[in-house]
Design a protein around this ligand. Structure first.
Ligand code: NAP
Length: 287
């Protein structure tokens, strides 16, 4: 752990709950590796405490905060500036204190895009199948559409998929498809698809034997990304690998969102590998 001095800068995460967050271990490992006089702390903040927490960030001159459930939307009106992408998505997961002005960003979405790019996967002109229409799907769908992909959104609850597709179509001026998540629609959606992204929680611990896609539908021409990171290799990724597909796990998105936040707070390039190893160790220690 870094030595705390009179000039230590503070970063942290606000949410409820925050106990299982990987962010403290990732960021403190990064600060230590780069010899930066920063510390990252978890702050459990109830819904009613959000306004006071943001006032506290200003009063205490906290350098940066991550924001998690349930505050990602509610925090927006409390900030001074909002990044264009975060405004479009309607959710903030990173606040940077920029000379006393609190600026809101969405590094969940940009972290996902970065995770694809780091594997050499570009989204422009690609046909991408998104499974899910919840909070994570929204940011990911917006950034992929902005990057020039065409999207097919499949969700268990059809109206949510439709709502998301029409919101994105309106903002990005392009047609997006929405369907119910079932085998027949998956088959149709996979026709001509380049990339599959699972943003549902299906397959997450403890339901590790479940997959949102029957294994026989997966083929080698798809890139398959699962944003679930616990377990690291979901059933979907295991079956995609067995079918010869390239796979991208959820930990890369998690670490990239942290790395991008780190860079906003410190102005330094984040030590991605060190953050990733710290997160892997924390996941293993949790077991
Ligand atoms: P959310 O807003 O609650 O959305 C959950 C989504 O999963 C909805 O589309 C929901 O469909 C679907 N779903 C849930 N159970 C299902 C089931 N049994 N069958 C089919 N669909 C089901 O959650 P979120 O915040 O988007 O998070 C989703 C997952 O992504 C979680 O596992 C979370 O840990 C992970 N995540 C990872 C990262 C990362 O950095 N890697 C970041 C954020 C989230 P309905 O609309 O029909 O309910």
């Amino acid at each position: 752990m870094n030595r705390i001095t009179g000039s230590t800068r503070i970063c942290g995460i606000i949410g409820d709950p925050v106990e299982h967050s990987m962010s403290p271990v990732m960021h403190n490992a990064a600060f230590e590796a780069l010899g930066l006089n920063y510390v990252y702390l978890p702050f459990r903040v109830h819904r009613e405490g959000l306004k006071a927490a943001i006032s506290g960030m200003r009063a205490l001159n906290i350098a940066g905060l991550n924001v998690t459930i349930p505050h990602k939307m509610a925090v927006i009106p409390l900030l001074d500036k909002l990044d264009l992408l975060a405004g479009r998505i309607g959710a903030v997961n990173t606040i940077a204190n920029e000379n006393g002005e609190l600026a809101g960003y969405n590094t969940d979405a940009s972290g996902f895009l970065q995770a694809l790019r780091a594997q050499g996967v570009e989204s422009e002109g690609k046909r991408i199948v998104i499974l899910g229409a919840g909070g994570a799907a929204k940011g990911i769908s917006f950034i992929l559409a902005e990057a020039g992909a065409s999207l097919v959104i499949l969700n268990r609850t059809l109206y949510r998929a439709k709502e998301l597709a029409s919101q994105i179509a309106q903002d990005c001026q392009r047609k997006m498809e929405a369907m119910t998540l079932n085998e027949a629609n998956l088959k149709r959606a996979f026709d001509r698809a380049d990339i599959l992204v699972n943003t549902t929680s299906v397959g997450m611990t403890p339901d590790v034997d479940r997959s949102p896609v029957p294994g026989n539908l997966l083929g080698s021409r798809l890139v398959v990304s699962d944003i679930v990171y616990n377990p690291l290799e979901t059933r979907l990724l295991r079956e995609a690998k067995a079918a010869g597909a390239r796979t991208i796990d959820g930990l890369d998105m998690l670490v990239w969102q942290g790395a991008l936040a780190f860079e906003k707070w410190t102005g330094q390039k984040a030590p991605f590998e060190i953050m990733k190893q710290a997160a892997i160790k924390a996941l293993q220690d949790e077991k």
